[in-house]
Design a protein around this ligand. Structure first.
Ligand code: NAP
Length: 274
């Protein structure tokens, strides 16, 4: 595995950053790319892809904004074809659990002439600390639909560890790994745990889909992002994912990180102090 040269797409992000560190610490050559990297890579600009792939033989794919969005299949097909033509033989694809459209992108990679592993994840814990729920937490008011949905939030530490293992051992080739945390919680329960850990008052309000949609429009969130959020809340949170898997334990030989541990650690960093 020492001759691996891994292109880490989105390597400054929630999972890529941690995966890249593990690879580099093991002496593996990597190239981290995104729109702001020295060699820029943009999913919306196919002409940027070849320079990123040049000289590499493996790739960790994190697509933006989500494999479920319209146009993702064309991009994944185009990128995969190019990458294989340019010498990439190993692909680890980060995907979303319970997303039929994302599975079509997985199929493209699985049907390619590559050694692939699919890492299909439930909602990340880090959505509360590095992504869409951070701002509401800081504002002291989380307002969301689907407050009854039970979600097995998964930690990006575990996702990065599984992605790393996938590159390290050939036994992971041809596997679809469905990753969840060890417990089902609602958005309200997570908000309450964060409030308790930070000793802050954080209100939770249940919204209807219409109210949530109107709120996003009022905040001038772009239409394609509203489409994605709508899709995630209506389709993916319909109960299909309301169960945990034991995949992390099977792959890593240890228990997945509980969201309480994530909340304790994150609270200590001060990121949730307004
Ligand atoms: N969040 C969840 O709960 C969840 C659950 C399951 C699956 N996923 C999937 O995880 C993937 C994201 O992975 P992640 O969370 O590790 O990454 P991330 O933190 O969302 O983003 C990584 C980097 O992608 C770059 N980026 C944004 N737009 C881009 C574009 N058009 N082209 C190239 N790079 C772009 C950004 O850097 P620059 O600004 O420098 O470009 C960003 O720092 C998505 O496909 C998502 O569907 C997420």
């Amino acid at each position: 595995m020492k001759d691996l040269k891994v292109l880490v797409i989105g390597g400054n992000g929630k999972t890529g950053r941690k995966l890249n560190k593990k690879l580099v610490d093991s002496g593996i050559e990597t190239r981290v790319v995104s729109r702001s990297s020295e060699v820029p890579f943009d999913w919306t600009q196919p002409k940027t892809w070849a320079a990123a792939v040049e000289g590499m033989n493996a790739v960790y794919i994190t697509f933006q904004p989500d494999l479920a969005v319209p146009g993702s299949q064309e991009a994944i097909q185009g990128f995969t074809d190019l990458a294989i033509r340019m010498g990439i033989s190993r692909i680890v694809l980060l995907s979303g659990r319970g997303e039929i459209e994302a599975e079509k992108c997985e199929d493209i990679v699985m049907n390619s002439d590559s050694k692939w592993t699919i890492v299909r994840c439930d909602w990340f814990n880090q959505n509360f600390s590095e992504s869409m729920f951070l701002e509401p937490i800081l504002a002291g008011h989380v307002a969301l639909p689907r407050s009854e949905a039970k979600i097995p939030f998964v930690d990006t530490d575990d996702i990065a560890d599984v992605a790393y293992e996938s590159f390290m051992d050939e036994k992971h080739i041809g596997q679809i790994y469905e990753l969840t945390g060890p417990r089902l919680l609602t958005f309200k329960e997570v908000t309450e745990e964060i409030a308790a850990a930070t000793k802050r008052e954080i209100q939770f309000t249940e919204l209807s889909f219409e109210q949530y949609n109107a709120m996003l429009r009022e905040l001038q969130i772009p239409d394609d992002y509203i489409w994605l959020v709508d899709y995630l809340f209506t389709e993916v949170l319909d109960g299909r994912n309301a169960k945990t898997t034991d995949t992390i334990e099977k792959v890593l030989g240890r228990k997945p990180k509980d969201i309480s541990e994530f909340i304790k650690e994150t609270s200590a960093t001060g990121v949730w102090n307004p």
